[in-house]
Structures are given as structure tokens and as C-alpha cells.
Design a protein around this ligand. Structure first.
Ligand code: BGC
Length: 525
């Protein structure tokens, strides 16, 4: 996953002594590197696949199609199975690796997983930068994907365990922020390196080595988390480590809770089977639907292929890459808006506002592209203001995503499960996200060729469905402590049918009031 496994412990109602120490600060930097490598990859491939030298070397038929402006339909000029494999192979590899990584993370510790992640990623970046043929390119991408699978599985777990619980929520969104920064850096570098005619693309692909080295070195110098030490039976070491990272001696309460949590999770022999219990049905449905819908917003059409898309609608190489930089910048800024507002305005209002905004601007983009380009994709004399308007519409659409489905797509699934099944549920969230990211990366270019400008309407349809889904089915989870989440389901008209009375702890029953709200300041506004 990207973001996911950071649990929002900030609301779990306990107060452990401790402060934000240098170790914890370093772990934040690591989290940043984890998000960066993921974002860098999302952002780099589109720009590289629009560089003429790269296409000429590896995908000569696409290059020729692109050069002959007449004849081929504009919408189809990038359509090549090999070219899409270049982008999408990474996500399939990441999906496979994240499954393997969950065992490595548990048995060998978080550091080991991060180390493997950094190593695989580094090797992948070097092979890509040195590539002589398509096979080398794809092997490189697969290794990068393995690296991302390992890093995305272990870094957020590491982070949530190192962070003082009061900072976990913010760190969750920080991960998404660094993904967007990674995308922007990639867009900027593509813009710069595209000017270096013969080997610019090598620099773009090789640049991934930098964030990879940060993870690699980080994994070597950082300590193991107390949770991982306890999980592997090293209690004394865990206690020492906890003192060190919290910067205080009095860590007994937290230590006992960590031991208890570890015991409890060992008792759940079959978390996957437990997840199928009726009481977990509501959050389970969200942990599948949210990542699926996140990808069906169509965001990665823009993130992966913005330069290709802009070229398709008639921009020159430079203008295409510049436009990708602009959408990348909007993506970062709008994510900051969400970090600021998520605990004030709530998840539902962000989801709903973002959905409506994306819908309106997807329709406008369709109308504007369709009007000038029709089904042949050939536009004569596209006025500059027209092109700028299309970029502006795409930016507003991206902003709508970046303050709603972007960060919330990772936050909400991570805060709705009780501890005993949380990690299994997170794997589902991550896997569904990767499967749909892969599918969209694979399907975009053939879809653009087949559906022409109607492609945006395809995604707009899903935006309508997901917005209605959220409106009717998602209860507000803002300011609700994780262990009280069960009340949220119980108070919901539809989901209450899934929650038997006996799973609600007696102390929580007093908090419920008639008509369905939590009765104190944690109320669902
Ligand atoms: C999504 C990615 C997407 C990125 C864009 C993330 O939340 O999982 O697929 O590319 O946001 O900022």
C-alpha cells in the first residue's frame, strides 16, 4: 500500500508518558522516503514514455505512430501493449511483494523488510537507468515494484509503532503528502531531463536511486520497534528500546499494553477467518470498496499519463511536461488542505464535496475535449486559451481528488477495524488498491483509443456511484475513538442489522442514545 497501515491511535484514550525524540523524528523522515519512492514511480513513467528518444529506442512503432500525425487517430497514437506493461508491471509486482512482506515484517522485523525494499528498489532503478532493451526495462520495473511492496508494507507499520500515539493520525496523512511530493518531484525532473536529448530518460529513471538509498541507509541505522521485539519474544530489549525512543524511564504502562496487545493478537489464530464474522461485515465492505473506488475516480489516468494525455490533445512535448508539473503542484497543495480540515470538517463532507467537484470537472473536460477533437482526435488550430482551460479543469478535478479520496482512501480503512483483525483488513485494503491501480494502468491507453473523449465519462459514472455510496452508507468517523467504532455501525440505519447486541461492550452501551448518536463530545456530527 501506499499509506495504509498507520493506525490512528491518537484517540485511544490513554496517556503514556514520553516525548517526540530524535529516533521518532528520524522515523518520520523514513516515512517520507517511503512515500517518495512510491510517488516518484507514479509520476515518472508518464513523462518518460512521452520522451521521443525513449520511445524511439524501446517502442519504435509508438514513436512512428506519434510522428505521423496524419492517418492514425490521435487518441490511439500511444496505444501499445508493451508501453502499458512498462507502467503497470510495477503494480502487479508490488501486489505480490506486499503479501510476502507481511510475513517478513512479522518474522524478521520491520527493519529487515525495509532493507529488502530499499535494496530491490535500488537495483531496479539502476537496471532501468542502464536499460538496453524492453526486457531490461520491465525487469527493472518489476524490481521497483517488489521494493515498493516491501517498503509500503513495512514503513507505515514501523512508523505507527515508533510514533507517540498522539501523532499517529497526522502521520497517516503525511504519508499521502509525501506520495504527492514524490509525484511532483518526478514531474519536475522529467521536465528538466527531457531537455537532455539522448540520455535524459536515463536520468529520470535512475533518479529513483536517491530515495531508495535513504530507505536503505535508514533501515541500517534505525532501531527495531518495541512491538516487533515483543512479538519475537525479546522483552528486555523491548523495554530498553521503549525508554530510549520515548525519552523517559516510566514506560511500564505502555510496555504492559504492548505485551497485552501482542498476546491478544497471538490468540486470534485466524484473523482472516475472523474477518468474515458478521460483525465485521460493514468495515470489511468499506475496506474493499474504498480502495476500489479510489482508483475508479480515474486519478491515475492523470498521474501516470498526464504528459501523454496532454500530448494527445495537441500540446507540444515541453508544454505537456509543464502541464504535468502544474497538476502535480495542485495535488500537493490540495492534500495540505485535507490535512488541515479532516478532523474539523469530517470525512463525509470531504468525500461528498470532492466527489461532486470531480464529477463536474470530468464532464467539462469531456465536453471541451470532445468539442474540439471529436472522435478522430484531430484538432486544427487549437487556441491557447482553450488548451489552458482544459488544463485548469483537470487541475480542479485533481484538487477535488487530493482533498478527498486521495488521503481518505488510506485513512478511513485504517481507522474502522478493531485491533484483532486490523492488520488482515489492511492487507485487503492494500491489495485491492494495487489490483485496481494495475488494471487502470493497463487499460488506460487501449481505453483512450476505444472510447476517445468518452473515457472521462466512464470514470464520471463511477464517481456518481461512489458519491451516492458514501452519502448513504458511510457513517462519520471523525473524532470517534477506534474502540468505540462499533457504536457508529450500531447507530447506522443499515449497518445496525449486522451488529449483534452482545458484541457491544457494556461500558459503551451507556453512550448510545435513542435515534442513533454517540452521546458525548465524540458525537458524529
Ligand atoms: C493513490 C495513488 C495516486 C495518488 C495521487 C494515492 O492515494 O493511492 O494511486 O496516484 O494518491 O496523489
Amino acid at each position: 500500500m501506499a499509506g495504509g497501515v498507520i493506525f490512528d491511535g491518537a484517540k485511544e484514550g490513554k496517556d503514556y508518558p514520553g516525548k517526540l525524540t530524535a529516533y521518532v523524528f528520524l522515523s518520520c523522515l523514513l516515512a517520507a522516503a517511503g512515500g517518495l519512492i512510491f510517488g516518484y514511480d507514479i509520476g515518472i513513467s508518464g513523462g518518460v514514455t512521452s520522451m521521443p528518444m525513449f520511445l524511439e529506442k524501446f517502442f519504435p512503432s509508438v514513436y512512428r505512430q506519434q510522428m505521423e500525425n496524419s492517418g492514425t487517430n490521435q487518441y490511439c497514437k500511444f496505444n501499445s501493449t508493451k508501453l502499458t506493461m512498462f507502467t503497470s508491471s510495477l503494480y502487479l509486482a508490488a501486489l505480490i511483494a506486499s503479501v510476502v512482506a507481511s510475513t517478513v515484517t512479522r518474522k524478521l522485523g520491520r527493519k529487515m523488510s525495509m532493507f529488502f525494499g530499499g535494496l530491490l528498489f535500488c537495483v531496479g532503478a539502476i537496471i532501468n537507468a542502464a536499460a538496453q532493451n524492453v526486457a531490461m526495462l520491465i525487469i527493472g520495473r518489476i524490481l521497483l515494484g517488489f521494493g515498493i511492496g516491501f517498503a509500503n508494507q513495512s514503513v507505515p507499520v514501523f512508523l505507527s509503532e515508533m510514533a507517540p500515539y498522539k501523532h499517529r493520525g497526522a502521520l497517516n496523512m503525511m504519508f499521502q503528502l509525501t506520495i504527492t511530493i514524490g509525484i511532483l518531484i518526478a514531474n519536475l525532473l522529467n521536465y528538466r531531463f527531457a531537455k537532455i536529448e539522448h540520455y535524459g530518460w536515463r536520468l529520470s529513471l535512475g533518479g529513483a536511486v536517491v530515495p531508495a538509498l535513504i530507505i536503505l541507509v535508514g533501515a541500517l541505522i534505525l532501531p527495531e520497534t518495541p512491538n516487533s521485539l515483543i512479538e519475537r519474544g525479546k522483552l528486555e530489549e523491548a523495554k530498553k528500546m521503549l525508554r530510549k525512543i520515548r525519552g523517559v524511564d516510566n514506560v511500564e504502562t505502555e510496555l504492559q499494553d504492548l505485551i497485552a496487545a501482542s498476546e491478544a493478537s497471538k490468540k486470534v489464530k485466524h484473523p482472516w477467518r475472523s474477518l468474515l464474522k458478521k460483525q465485521y461485515r460493514p468495515p470489511l465492505i468499506f475496506s474493499i470498496a474504498i480502495p476500489m473506488f479510489q482508483q475508479l475516480t480515474g486519478i491515475n489516468v492523470i498521474m501516470f499519463y498526464a504528459p501523454v494525455l496532454f500530448k494527445t490533445i495537441g500540446f507540444g512535448s515541453n508544454a505537456s511536461l509543464m502541464s504535468a508539473v502544474i497538476t502535480g503542484g495542485v495535488n500537493v497543495i490540495a492534500t495540505l488542505v485535507s490535512i488541515y480540515g479532516v478532523d474539523k470538517w469530517g470525512r463525509r463532507s470531504l468525500f461528498l464535496e470532492g466527489g461532486v467537484q470531480m464529477l463536474i470537472f470530468q464532464i467539462l473536460v469531456t465536453i471541451f475535449i470532445g468539442w474540439k477533437f471529436g472522435v478522430t482526435g484531430n484538432a486544427t488550430d487549437l487556441p491557447q486559451w482553450y488548451a489552458l482551460l482544459v488544463v485548469a479543469f483537470i487541475c480542479i478535478y485533481v484538487a477535488g481528488f487530493a482533498w478527498s479520496w486521495g488521503p481518505l482512501g488510506w485513512l478511513v480503512p485504517s481507522e474502522i477495524f478493531p485491533l484483532e483483525v486490523r492488520s488482515a483488513a489492511q492487507s485487503i485494503n492494500v491489495s485491492v488498491n494495487m489490483i485496481f491501480t494495475f488494471a487502470i494502468a493497463q487499460a488506460f491507453l487501449p481505453m483512450l483509443c476505444a472510447m476517445k473523449f468518452g473515457l472521462f465519462i466512464f470514470f464520471a459514472f463511477f464517481v456518481v456511484v461512489m458519491t451516492i455510496f458514501i452519502y448513504i452508507l458511510l457513517p462519520e468517523t471523525k473524532n470517534v475513538p477506534i474502540e468505540e467504532m462499533v457504536i457508529v455501525w450500531k447507530n447506522h440505519k443499515f449497518w445496525s442489522n449486522f451488529i449483534p447486541e452482545d458484541v457491544i461492550p457494556p461500558e459503551l452501551k451507556v453512550e448510545m442514545v435513542e435515534g442513533g448518536n454517540v452521546s458525548n463530545d465524540k458525537s458524529l456530527s
